[in-house]
Design a protein around this ligand. Structure first.
Ligand code: HEM
Length: 476
């Protein structure tokens, strides 16, 4: 009897202990927690149309004003909780990141490749992230400055005297830099052309309706995606045959694949190469387009940036010496213009995660399976953190922003490993643009388009003219 009593006591004690432990780890919601306020809109489509068809500033600001920093909605058929405060965004992306997993539509995962790092978390993600981060570290980027300069000058020269959609020119530029970073400077021209041709078909179908029937953009994109895989296989086989060991992104991934414990398959490598190209291209191109617009709209600022860049241009014998990495680090005003453009445009207005368990935050329940959206744009446009937020004012970056209020490249385990590369492209582009060219924006100068990142209307058509007294790189 006593034995039985002891067993029951031990069992109850164990149950109590495990309950306490479970509570600590699982953060089970208490009975009184409730869903955040907000509206879920129409059945199934929810508020998708409102979100994607109007200025996101208006959508988010109206909601935040009405419901506060945490509110629910429904987007793309999923119930979501939107988080507009730095603390809440930090909770999801940094301190409690393990309670939320990355989440993307199936069609996107299929297009990019399921092994790309941003679809994962845990060990595989960390391993990939280390490799990608390593290949994009400042020590590796330093050596790319002359090649990026060459890409910029040839792009600007081909624009000279013509009206071109700025966003399209910037897409070509960021694609070429992506190829350079991934494959180094030694990719055969035929491979480059084939990659370009097929990549742009995938790009076109990426945001199309995901219906896989012949003739549909989505179908064409899926076919082009298969060809990309074949081209990458060919490039990898050639490198292996020739014993090439480069420090570019492909080299870093291939080197790791020869390690027995850390083996990466060719599929894993190519999904991550295509993923990096995608992550690098439209984002950088859209910010570059905004920079051109903001400089155009602020003539006094443009003169000051030009003065800064002319100082460097003169030091370099008016372009006879190449720009150096150290010089890009010394562009104080240009750096503030870049940061302010990133804040003002906030081209990634928000990101998505999915709650992997029921989570209680600040008295609200975020049910398991719900999407969670930290709203970068709201934080960047909140007057509590950035005075007069609708004003383009680079001088606000003379002092560092308040902690956790400026996240153009995200934060936490999935933050952008390409941020230094993106900024380097911007420094080099601005240097050559303002020291050698003048430009005029054609047509209406206001309005926003979604591509899916935010860009000025019609991709900002602009005409470039070489400033008198400067010569093109062909003639030099
Ligand atoms: C101005 C340009 C760019 C912006 C604004 C930007 C922004 C971001 C943001 C906000 C994230 C985090 C997304 C999230 O947490 O869900 C991210 C992730 C990422 N970015 Fe960028 N990015 C830019 C350029 C680049 C470039 C040039 C590369 C080069 C390869 C790159 C590669 C990546 C990758 C691989 C990830 C996923 C990281 C992970 O999941 O661990 N990005 N980016």
């Amino acid at each position: 009897m006593e034995m039985c009593y002891r067993v029951i006591c031990a069992f109850l004690l164990l149950a109590l202990l495990s309950c306490l432990l479970m509570r600590k780890h699982k953060r089970k919601p208490q009975a009184k927690v409730r869903l955040p306020p907000g509206s879920t809109g129409w059945p199934y489509i929810g508020e998708t149309l409102q979100l994607y068809s109007q200025d996101p500033n208006i959508f988010f600001a109206t909601k935040q004003k009405r419901y506060g920093d945490i509110f629910k909605t429904q987007v793309l058929g999923y119930p979501c909780v939107m988080l507009a405060s730095p603390e809440a965004a930090r909770y999801v992306l940094v301190t409690q990141a393990h309670l939320f997993k990355p989440t993307y539509p199936r069609s996107k995962e299929r297009m990019i490749g399921p092994w790309a790092l941003f679809f994962h978390q845990g060990d595989y993600h960390m391993r990939l992230r280390k490799l990608v981060q390593g290949s994009l570290a400042p020590d590796n980027l330093r050596g790319l400055v002359p090649d990026i300069e060459a890409i910029v000058t040839s792009m600007l020269d081909s624009w000279d005297g013509r009206v071109v959609k700025t966003f399209h020119a910037m897409k070509r530029f960021s694609f070429d830099v992506g190829i350079l970073t991934i494959f180094g400077g030694r990719l055969e021209e035929r491979h480059k052309q084939e990659l370009k041709r097929n990549y742009f078909i995938v790009d076109k179908g990426y945001n199309s309706f995901p219906i896989n029937i012949p003739g549909a953009l989505f179908h064409k994109a899926i076919q082009a995606r298969k060809r990309l895989r074949q081209i990458l296989n060919e490039i990898m086989s050639e490198r292996r045959r020739k014993g090439v060991m480069n420090k570019d992104l492909l080299g870093c991934l291939m080197e790791s694949s020869s390690d027995k414990d850390e083996h990466l398959s060719d599929d894993q490598i190519s999904d991550n190469i295509i993923g990096a190209l995608f992550a690098a291209q439209d984002t950088t191109a859209s910010v570059l387009t905004w920079i051109l617009k903001y400089l155009h709209d602020n003539p006094k600022l443009l003169e000051a940036v030009k003065a800064e860049q002319m100082g460097i241009h003169e030091t370099n014998g008016y372009g006879n010496q190449p720009l150096t990495w150290t010089q890009t680090r010394s562009m104080v005003l240009t750096r503030r213009v870049i940061l302010e453009s990133l804040r003002m445009a906030s081209i990634i207005s928000f990101t998505f995660r999915e709650a992997v368990v029921d989570v209680e935050y600040n008295g609200y329940l975020i049910p398991k399976g719900w999407k969670v959206m930290p709203l970068f744009r709201n934080i960047h446009h909140n007057p509590q953190f950035f005075r007069d937020p609708q004003k383009f004012d680079p001088s606000r970056f003379e002092t560092a922003p308040k902690p956790n209020t400026f996240w153009p490249f995200g934060n936490g385990v999935h933050s952008c490993p390409g941020n230094e590369l993106a900024k380097l492209e911007m420094f080099i582009f601005i240097h050559h643009l303002v020291t050698k060219f003048r430009w005029e924006v054609e047509g209406s100068q206001s309005g926003i388009e979604y591509s899916p990142f935010l860009v000025p209307k019609h991709g900002l058509p602009a005409k470039l003219r070489r400033a008198s007294g400067t010569i093109s790189s062909d003639a030099a």
